[in-house]
Design a protein. Structure first.
Length: 417
């Protein structure tokens, strides 16, 4: 089987994802995608006529985000018309899946040069009506509104699911707040020490001025007392009557009738709403050698797992176990773990279930501090893991994240050089 090499990884800084308030919110999603695609091209002196495919991830493929960003952004970035492109959706997990699919095409021997990545402009998707953003899935939840699906797998709101999991696992408010504080502290240190500098490229306005060249979301002033003072975000939502007596909490209780729970998640210990994009260049060994490209890492293994869609957020642990088995590794072989902080309970449960060394998990902070641009996040995290492996001299990194519908993709990479 052909090796799949990661040659480079770039990303935009993450802008606050609020309409009219974030530094990127006035731009078109295609512009963000083109920014990272151009950076990958220029940094690697890439002959884009030789790019076999561009595999892109965007979760909400509606309106401005609904026109195959993989292809259209490549054209905007000045790529040769021979560089094809496609766009996928695995909800939050798409940014990992785009890299996994790119690696698979190279490992199969069918393609030699593929770019993977993702874009999400949450400042734009926030302007869409709930029904439009969720396509055929009505706002009762990711499955609610589809009677047949609800009957088999009642699904709720992700934040409410996070609170339910916390109750099931005995993870209290103090624990999730403590993890959120660590995330902010680590992100602040990483930014001050320039740990993201290798991957982050500035976003320019159409007139050439700088729109954003730094992380806009982190709150380094965060304190334990400040977090403790925040009111839960999903308590009232859990009990809100969505019609006919249906609530998000009752959706979960249809499967877990004896479960009662209170809110522990809030804005400070949940992932940030942001805009962003990322891209990775994946090639075969022969292509890299022929073109003088120095591989930074290789893809060791990848995996996908489905889990209980009612609780929705619990697939990362089985995904990690599955990809470790495919790689022939154990948890002790992993030097850098990146588990997306969709909600604090996801990362906290992950650490506890796998009995991980906390100093190896989300070393430079996570989405609670830096934000989670849905379809782009997985690609960002792979680049973050690679940068950290190079900084620290580690060998293996594992990246995974929960996705709506109860899914999780995962990948293991090995640093080279």
């Amino acid at each position: 089987m052909t090796e799949a090499y990661i040659i480079d990884a770039v990303r935009t800084p993450r802008g606050i994802g609020k309409p009219g308030k974030g530094a990127l919110s006035h731009l078109h999603p295609q512009h963000l995608a083109a920014t990272v695609l151009k950076a990958i091209k220029d940094r690697n002196n890439l002959n884009t006529a030789e790019v076999d495919d561009i595999i892109w991830s965007t979760s909400t493929q509606k309106g401005k985000q609904g026109t195959d960003l993989g292809r259209m952004a490549a054209l905007s970035a000045g790529y040769d018309v021979k560089a094809s492109g496609t766009t996928l959706d695995r909800f939050c997990g798409g940014g990992i899946s785009s890299v996994n699919f790119a690696a698979a095409t190279v490992m199969s021997g069918m393609e030699d040069c593929v770019i993977a990545g993702g874009t999400e402009m949450m400042s734009y998707t926030a302007t869409l009506a709930a029904e439009e953003a969720n396509a055929g899935l009505k706002p009762l939840g990711m499955g609610a509104g589809n009677a047949a699906l609800d009957e088999i797998h009642p699904q709720s709101h992700q934040g409410v699911c996070g609170d339910a999991i916390a109750a099931i696992e005995g993870i209290d408010r103090a624990a999730v707040d403590a993890l959120a504080l660590v995330s902010q502290q680590r992100a602040d240190k990483a930014i001050r020490e320039g740990r993201f500098a290798k991957s982050v490229v500035p976003v320019h306005n159409p007139d050439g001025s700088v729109a954003l060249d730094h992380e806009e979301f982190p709150r380094p002033e965060t304190t334990a007392e400040g977090l403790a003072s925040l009111k839960p975000s999903f308590g009232a939502l859990a009990d809100f009557d969505l019609g006919g007596g249906v609530t998000f909490k009752k959706q979960i209780q249809r499967r877990y009738p004896d479960l009662d729970f209170e809110g522990v998640h809030h804005a400070g210990n949940s992932s940030g709403v942001v805009d962003g994009a990322a891209a990775l260049l994946i090639t075969s060994k022969d292509y890299a050698e022929k073109n003088g490209l120095k591989p930074r890492a290789r893809v060791v293994a990848y995996a996908n797992v489905g889990d209980d869609p009612t609780l929705m957020l619990n697939a990362p642990v089985p995904a990690a176990k599955k990809v470790l088995a495919k790689a022939g590794l154990t948890k002790d072989d992993i030097d850098v773990w990146e588990i997306n902080e969709a909600f604090a309970v996801v990362a906290e449960k992950f650490i506890r279930d796998l009995d991980l060394d906390r100093e190896k998990v989300n070393i430079n902070g996570g989405a609670m501090a830096l934000g989670h641009p849905i379809g782009a996040t997985g690609s960002i995290l792979i680049g973050t893991a690679l940068d950290e492996l190079e900084r620290s001299g580690g060998r293996y990194g594992l990246v995974t994240m929960c996705a709506a519908g109860g899914m999780a993709p995962a990948i293991v990479i090995e640093r080279l050089g």
